[in-house]
Design a protein around this ligand. Structure first.
Ligand code: PMP
Length: 435
């Protein structure tokens, strides 16, 4: 009898007793290659000595000091680093404890920004059908996961949805990427006009869609077109890089690769790399100054914001990534991973697509690759793949069937940035055996 409130009590979980490098070990001493980084979290793998040393040093100094009384060196240094690397003028960093909190803060900041400007009608959010932004009520309200939303519908603020950028499925024959991006931007613009631009606060999107679609990157000009539409109608652009940010795509901020800076950006997961729970929201100077010069107070906050130990861990993670030039490895190993997967599954009738950026890679499974028809959801292919992969000592992150607009099943691969060429070959071999 356990007193742990497991979300899925039918599911027997192994007990993790040790983590080392890219592997986790269970109570029987079995090793599991962490090819998913948990859920795109563990970007430095497990047991990294530099991060552990930084956490210990911070604990010796001060573990926690409430943010209404004190700041800390770790918090200031981390904010400097994140703002210094951020695209555009995203130069104010607001620390929270995770991804949902970062998104929640972003939604509230967008709303308060318009209240401060006297544009009090602007309260509506537009997001995309195939998206996940977190499980708190605000983040859940804008997400596209019908199954997760269903029991809570009476509690959720209304939200509007448009199509995701899903070239594998939705780009028309003969349509160029540029034309496809323009079509999606048109759809967003029509949605804004239908609601009434004066009522729309922000458009929210994951830069690269993570869990719900298996590392789905936008076509190259998509974000630029979206940015133009938002600007034309005074709508803020919020990008959610909780999964895709912090180097996962080979760039510290995924949107930098698309040449776009949002007004507000949410990050988490890889920020603390699993060593401490931490997330952050970055706000542009314009948005921040509007609050500061207006009421002077952002009406939102949490007990653990700017947690000293969490900031020290995240700072150590980012310093290791920079010192060891790990983003170069992310690009090289990511390329290798996609190339090897495409080769191994070239003739597999049920592998429809291999995609992603950097070490953020998705494999989409279909009934028939020729017509991209979807697998029967009742088969729960993604869940069976996960279980079988664990039998083969491999962690992959599955998703399928429960999200509006999801076609088929996916697994997400997001191995630690420290993985070697041999590790990638081993991950592919084990996934091949599993499939
Ligand atoms: N946004 C995205 C894109 C995510 O992938 C997640 C977590 N899977 C969240 C938000 C929520 O983050 P958390 O689970 O840390 O609250």
């Amino acid at each position: 009898m356990t007193h742990v409130f497991h979300r899925n009590p039918q599911h027997t979980l192994k007990r993790a007793v040790r983590g080392q490098g890219i592997s986790l070990f269970d109570q029987d001493g079995r090793a599991y290659l962490d090819a998913s980084g948990g859920a795109a979290v563990s970007c430095l793998g497990h047991g990294h000595p530099d991060v552990i040393a930084a956490i210990k040093a911070q604990l010796d100094e001060v573990a926690y000091a409430h943010s209404s009384f004190f700041t800390t060196q770790a918090c200031e240094d981390l904010a400097d680093f994140l703002a210094g690397e951020a695209p555009g003028d995203l130069d104010h960093v607001y620390f929270v404890s995770g991804g949902s909190e970062a998104v929640e803060a972003a939604l509230k900041l967008a709303r308060q920004y318009f209240v401060e400007r006297g544009e009090t009608e602007r309260s509506q959010f537009i997001a995309r059908r195939q998206s996940y932004h977190g499980n708190t009520l605000g983040a859940l309200a804008i997400g596209g996961n019908a199954w997760r939303r269903q029991p809570f519908l009476p509690l959720l603020a209304p939200a509007h949805h448009v199509s995701p950028c899903y070239a594998y499925r939705d780009q028309l024959p003969g349509e160029t990427e540029e034309q496809y991006a323009a079509r999606l931007a048109d759809e967003l613009e029509r949605k804004i006009l239908e609601i009434g631009a004066e009522r729309v606060a922000a458009f929210v999107a994951e830069t690269v869609v993570g869990a719900t679609a298996g590392a789905l990157p936008p076509v190259r000009t998509y974000l630029r077109r979206i940015r133009e539409v938002c600007d034309r109608h005074g709508v803020l652009l919020i990008l959610d890089e909780v999964m895709s940010g912090m180097g996962r795509t080979g760039h510290l901020y995924a949107c930098a690769e698309d040449g776009v800076a949002p007004d507000i950006l949410a990050i988490a997961k890889g920020l603390g790399a699993g060593y401490q729970p931490i997330g952050a929201m970055l706000a542009s100077r314009r948005v921040y100054d509007t609050i500061v010069n207006g009421s002077g107070f952002f009406q939102h906050g949490h007990t653990y914001m700017g947690h000293a130990t969490a900031c020290a861990a995240a700072l150590a993670v980012q310093r290791v990534i920079r010192r060891d030039a790990l983003l170069d490895n992310v690009l090289a190993r990511g390329e290798q991973l996609r190339t090897r997967l495409r080769a191994v599954f070239a003739d597999h009738p049920n592998v429809g697509d291999v995609r992603g950026r950097g070490l953020f890679v998705g494999v989409e499974f279909v009934r028939d690759r020729a017509d991209k028809s979807v697998l029967d959801p009742a088969l729960k292919t993604h869940a069976r793949l996960k279980r079988q992969a664990m039998e083969n000592g491999l962690m992959v992150y599955p998703m399928g069937g429960t999200v509006d607009g999801v076609h088929g099943d996916h697994v997400l691969l997001a191995p630690p940035f420290i993985c070697t060429a041999a590790d990638i070959d081993e991950i592919v071999a084990r996934l091949d055996r599993t499939v």
